[in-house]
Design a protein around this ligand. Sequence first.
Ligand code: F6R
Length: 248
Amino acid sequence: VPVKIYDTDSEASLDVAKRIATIIKQKQAEGKTAVLGLATGVSPIKVYQELIRLHKEESLSFKNVVTFNLDEYYPIQPGSAQSYVRFMKEQLFDHIDIDMANVNIPDGTLEEKDIAAFCLAYEKKINSYGGIDVQLLGIGRTGHIGFNEPGSAPNSGTRLVTLNDLTRRDASKDFGGKENVPTKAITMGIGTIFKAREIILMAWNGKKASIIKKAVEGVISPDVPATYLQNSDNVEFVIDRDASVDLT
Ligand code: F6R
């Protein structure tokens, strides 16, 4: 797996934002739509800040951009403080000129019986735009990408999943206690992620060093879903020095 190590997450995030902006502008020049796969969490925040800056100061337009987010808690209301709809609005969408009709995030308000159909439609919608041009990923300490927790199959699609206990513990401060963290989520699958033409996994901070080592150098196994990325020709790990310290 190609790994690019930066001194700081800020420098790395500027580069990732530049790559995304280049794709958007290329598509614009061709009169086409750019399809972005987006992640929430701490890891992409500085990328989104730079995209906002590029919009405000360098007139980067998102009018031709369609987005698909990786995941959403289930159940959750879009207006609740921890929802990924709220996160994406606050961190990105409210500050750029994207048409909100072009924004797609798994729906945390569905009735359970309607989830399977929703997930199939999500996959079809991605395909209808010709697939994802660039997919951003973070990595959880369980090795999850999206919310594909240990045990996820390499060909999995968008679906309802159960969150790992460690993932819920890591989210507990956002929810004011682990007991308030939803036990489930709707996530794109490993197979969905693999169809993206470019995949960028970002990890910052020494807290991610051991899982980065496993993801990059470990045996490919459902026990650490991020190891599946070793089988992709389109992935790059973009990490900071601190997250790289365990790599050999
Ligand atoms: C978020 C997502 C998760 C996070 C991962 C890392 O949409 O899919 O896989 O990317 O849990 O989270 P942070 O970046 O907060 O460390």
